[in-house]
Design a protein around this ligand. Structure first.
Ligand code: PLP
Length: 406
């Protein structure tokens, strides 16, 4: 029998029964069904470390890479398991050869750590960041137009790379990454896509989109245990990339005659770690199949985010951050908060929300400020129903009333 989505599915996960979790977007959660397998692989590493870590785990990792490559339409040889999207973004940005003055196109909505990583690349490589400010709501076309205009203005040949999200963190909105890859290709500019939120939230066809580099977290929307992500590098670019942790397989590929790739060897051993979570990806896909498959899961979450967002906006007396095409909302919905003037700093406000939501209301939805307005990002998931959005919205309203008095 097919599972029914909603709070009755919550016991499939380890989440506390009284906790109303509307923040899947931050750290993900994995189903109980994966735990025995995770422990099984950990035990294999303990009972005979040499056999396991030198030989026997590699075919298991390969099977998992094949399963996920099949899902996102690429070759397993183009995928490397890595611990998280932060590692993927660091790997690419620290690897790509840059010379002084090379420009990097980026956006004001980059994830906070990626924003600092870009600042580091600017400082250490003397690259120049061309950052475009995005003030939502925006249509895909507006984003593409302002990008084209910036490239033309700055001179296409001065750009080395464009860095952008598939789905941004705050605001939690879809970004037209497919069209952006195409646009950059027109100008011969490399594309690095931060797809931290992508796999499991949207269908992916990497060969069709053809980014130059793409990273995605399996521990967010795919239900793999934490510390599981992917880096996709098509064969043509593998010679440009070395992992952020260099291992014994490092090879210099600057000689253009040498077309051999050491990508898989360089990424397969990031020093001694627990590889077990990577081996649970196939099982995560099986669990998703048992719920009815990607379409069913993704449609449920998209619908719930839209309905739940409207419920929350009605309770808060505000609105949902959407454009005219209504294509910003996927599994995360952004609802404006009725915060008036308060004397508190942004960080005090954020921490006040965290403390009150987590410890008094036993719920969580990420508060953030965009264009001088406060919003909450509420994540839909298969283990949630509309009543959970109602609970979170009432909690947010209560915290706002509290803050409006300060
Ligand atoms: C857009 C984006 N990029 C990167 C990250 C970093 O992910 P991780 O902490 O798994 O490395 C996040 C995390 O939420 C994110 O939202």
């Amino acid at each position: 029998m097919m599972a029914t989505f909603g709070c009755n599915l919550r016991p499939d996960f380890f989440l506390e029964s009284q906790y109303i979790p509307l923040n899947h977007g931050s750290f993900g959660a994995y189903p109980r069904a994966l735990r025995p397998l995770l422990h099984y692989f950990q035990e294999k590493a303990e009972t005979h470390p040499d056999r396991w870590l030198r030989r026997e785990m590699f075919p298991v990792l390969q099977e998992n890479r094949e399963a996920v490559a099949n899902m996102i339409h690429c070759d397993p040889e183009e995928l490397a398991f890595i611990m998280n999207a932060s590692y993927g973004m660091n790997t690419v940005l620290r690897s790509i050869p840059m010379k002084e003055g090379d420009k990097i196109l980026c956006f004001s909505t980059a994830y906070n750590a990626v924003d600092r990583l870009l600042a580091y690349i600017q400082d250490s490589r003397k690259a120049k960041l061309v950052q475009l400010e995005l003030i939502y709501p925006l249509s895909d076309q507006q984003i593409l137009d302002m990008t084209r205009e910036a490239i033309e203005r700055e001179g296409p040949e001065s750009f080395k790379l464009g860095v952008f999200d598939a789905i941004s963190s705050v605001p939690g909105v879809r970004f037209p990454f497919e069209k952006m890859c195409k646009l950059l290709k027109e100008y011969n500019i490399l594309s690095l896509v931060d797809g931290a939120h992508a796999i499991g939230q949207i269908p992916l066809d990497l060969h069709a989109v053809d980014p130059d580099f793409f990273t995605t977290n399996c521990h967010k929307w795919l239900f793999a245990p934490r510390g599981t992500a992917l880096l996709y590098v098509p064969k043509r670019n593998q010679r440009l990339i070395h992992p952020a942790i260099i291992n014994v397989s490092y090879k210099d590929h600057r000689d253009l005659e040498d077309q051999r790739s050491s990508y898989q060897d360089e990424f397969s051993w990031p020093g001694t770690i627990d590889f077990s979570s990577y081996m649970c990806v196939k099982q995560a896909l099986k669990y998703r199949d048992s719920l009815g498959g990607e379409d069913k899961i993704q449609t449920y979450c998209n619908d719930l985010a839209r309905k739940g967002g409207q419920i929350a906006a009605n309770i808060l007396g505000t609105d949902v951050l959407e454009n005219d095409e209504k294509n910003l909302t996927l599994h995360m919905v952004n609802v404006r908060l009725p915060l008036q003037n308060t004397t508190l700093t942004d960080s005090q406000i954020t921490n006040h929300f965290y403390d009150k939501l987590m410890y008094e209301h036993n719920t969580m939805a990420s508060p953030y400020k965009h264009n001088n307005k406060w919003y909450a990002r509420l994540s839909a998931q298969v283990y949630l129903g509309e009543e959970d959005f109602e609970h979170a919205a009432k909690a947010l309203l209560s915290v706002c009333s509290d803050l409006n008095k300060q």
